[in-house]
Design a protein around this ligand. Structure first.
Ligand code: ADP
Length: 313
């Protein structure tokens, strides 16, 4: 055989190999492309706009990248679900614990009355009054739980309107004067009576915020103390400050204060009729107005809770 023939055979074999390689590569890339498309569709984030001929130069690298991103997304999702699950378990534990205390108390009073206490004039009325107080407590816990679960389910509808915050603050002060008097606490405001403070918010929700903060300032206030409401302003918002000179809060508790069921002194909170949900509700309301609430406090000196409300334009 001549040299020319050898060269022709080598070129022919090389061409067959090259052609086979190109055909196989195209077929594999097509298959890999389908895999990539399926992965991306499963991730439901990246849909391919390309048709099957539009092959990525590095389809294997792209599959790798997509799988890595997918794994990251799943890890995050998994962590989120795990946190939600432990949050749910903790919440259920807290709820049942909170409900059990007044329920057991009612049970105890009723059994004692049934076992003969009803005929004992020394205790019958007292026990009925105590049972009734525990039932009131159960009602407030259930009401607060209902509010909070509605808020957390995103069912809170904000009834936006313009109103004079000064009038609302004066209403709230008046509504709590009797309760404050029991502890000889004076409720004051440094806001001039004729000052117009027009805000844009849900009036009844802001009333609920003021109510809760005012009740707390009395519950955790001291005899002969004072709660004062004042207002400052920024360009866009008014900031309401509720300042008391009560028991105050140690700094270490402040970061968790707005969590549900978080209490500094469980015993004192319960004996004051607290549910441990008041500040969590307040925070939800303020945040659903896209505003902020903060607290400054010094143990045994007092606390200031401040929240912002949008100015009416
Ligand atoms: P509670 O129903 O227990 O009052 P809150 O959510 O309203 O629940 O408040 C959480 C905790 O924050 C209270 O148990 C109390 O320890 C503390 N706290 C709230 N407001 C004040 C305040 N003005 N002064 C001192 N402590 C307060």
């Amino acid at each position: 055989m001549s040299n020319t023939l050898y060269i022709i055979i080598i070129i022919a074999i090389a061409s067959i190999f090259l052609a086979a390689y190109l055909v196989l590569r195209k077929q594999y890339e097509k298959k890999l492309r389908v895999i990539l498309k399926n992965v991306n569709q499963l991730r439901k984030t990246h849909f391919l706009k390309a048709d099957e001929d539009d092959l990525a130069p590095d389809v294997v690298g792209e599959i790798n990248q997509s799988l890595r991103e997918w794994e990251e997304e799943h890890t995050k999702e998994y962590e989120k679900l795990k946190n939600m699950d432990s949050y749910r378990k903790e919440f259920l534990g807290n709820v049942s614990h909170e409900l059990k205390t007044p329920l057991f108390a009612v049970e105890g009073y009723i059994h004692t009355l049934l076992d003969g206490g009803i005929d004992d004039d020394e205790v019958n009325i007292v026990y009925l009054q105590k049972a009734s107080k525990s039932l009131d407590r159960l009602t407030s816990i259930v009401n607060d739980l209902e509010s909070i679960s509605r808020m957390e389910a995103g069912e809170m509808i904000i009834d936006w309107r313009t109103f004079n915050l000064n009038d609302l603050i004066r209403d709230v002060i008046e509504a709590h004067e009797l309760r404050a008097l029991e502890k000889r606490i004076v409720l004051t405001t440094s806001i001039p009576e004729d000052k117009q403070i027009y805000v844009y918010a849900d009036k009844e929700r802001i009333r609920q915020v003021l109510d809760n903060l005012m009740v707390n300032s009395i519950k955790y206030g001291r005899e002969n103390g004072n709660t004062d409401i004042s207002v400052s302003e920024t360009d866009a918002d008014y900031i309401v400050h509720i300042k008391d000179d009560g028991i105050g809060i140690d700094e270490k508790h402040l970061p968790r204060l707005f969590e549900r069921f978080y209490r500094v002194d469980k015993h004192r909170s319960r004996s004051e009729g607290g549910t441990g949900l008041g500040l969590a509700i307040v925070k939800h309301i303020i945040e659903s107005h896209q505003q902020r609430i903060t607290v400054q406090s010094k143990y045994s000196e007092g606390s200031v809770f401040s929240f912002s409300v949008k100015k009416s334009t």
